[in-house]
Design a protein. Structure first.
Length: 307
């Protein structure tokens, strides 16, 4: 932004879009001093986060009727994120607990970089019932009580820039499960309005049978691996529905809503991230992801935005 003819406006909110035919002509914003500013440009890029990208377009459908006509039925659809599920692990003994922590740990490198090791389901081209992408990361925490040897090991781990290793820790696998993008999991507008008078977003997010089956399959596979290596056991999942009894949370890896597709029949942006049928409107970020895999999406967001 130090280059000539570039201006950065911050602490300002998009109030409305103004289109002419299939082109976006201007964006009206409101700053913290309550000043209304109209910005005109040859090209516009929506980069406001997954939910907000969809909310802005949905809230301006009337003003951008012709611009958004080819994709209006798909805006907000296909919302997905990574489903995170935790299941208890029992190490066979102290040696096994130590080995698991050494193999499945996080290497740290200052100031902020880290590399996490885990397990994932291997792809077999001959399988017809292949599940969704999924991976397992070992989580462990110090058990109650103080152990002098453990204290020494913690110092050693810190010097090697590794996660701390514990003696007889409380252990679990955290499963990261890809979600099926569906039309029912979507971003819409609610009846409420925010302090600027804009319609608030409403997100419907549900879990499918396929995600439950994938979790059970991953748990079964990880369990067999632990037993084959004589490292321990993982709590069994007898039926896919039993997954719902486990500790479960969302990942905050919001994706979808403006999904990339070859045609406007199945998505919102094309392979150049331009809204189908528009002359000058683009979108970047997780909103454009057609699917989410099983790992953190941030680097892919950056790569697509830079492209």
């Amino acid at each position: 932004f130090e280059a000539a003819r570039k201006t950065l406006l911050y602490e300002a909110d998009v109030i409305s879009l103004e289109a002419e035919g299939n082109a976006l002509r201007s964006v009206r914003i409101l700053d913290r001093a309550k000043r209304t500013i109209t910005l005109k440009a040859r090209r516009f890029v929506l980069a406001c986060g997954c939910v907000e990208n969809s909310r802005i377009l949905l809230d301006n459908m009337d003003q951008c009727d012709e611009l958004l006509a080819p994709v209006k039925d798909n805006i907000g659809r296909g919302f997905h994120q990574h489903l995170l599920i935790e299941n208890e692990v029992k190490a066979a003994n102290r040696k096994a607990a130590s080995l698991l922590q050494r193999q499945l740990t996080r290497m740290r490198a200052p100031p902020n970089a880290s590399v996490e090791f885990g397990l994932r389901l291997k792809t077999h081209e001959t399988e017809t019932d292949w599940p969704l992408n999924a991976s397992a990361i070992l989580r462990y925490a110090r058990a109650e009580g103080i152990n002098p040897l453990e204290t020494a090991l913690l110092g050693f781990s810190w010097l090697r820039k590794r996660e701390p290793h514990f003696i007889n820790p409380d252990m679990s696998f955290e499963y990261s499960i890809e979600q099926v993008p569906t039309d029912t999991n979507r971003i819409t507008l609610s009846s409420g309005r925010d302090m600027l008078g804009r319609r608030r977003p409403s997100v419907h997010w549900d879990i499918s049978e396929e995600e439950l089956h994938t979790t059970k399959r991953l748990n079964d596979t990880v369990g067999r691996w632990l037993e084959d290596q004589r490292l321990g056991t993982v709590s069994p999942i007898e039926h896919p529905k039993d997954v719902l009894k486990l500790s479960m949370r969302d990942s905050l890896h919001h994706m979808g809503g403006l999904r990339m597709s070859e045609t406007p029949k199945t998505g919102v942006v094309d392979t150049d991230s331009k809204v189908h049928g528009s002359a000058n409107l683009y979108a970047v970020g997780g909103a454009t992801f057609p699917s989410g895999g099983h790992v953190n999406p941030t680097l892919m967001m950056f790569a697509m935005a830079l492209r």
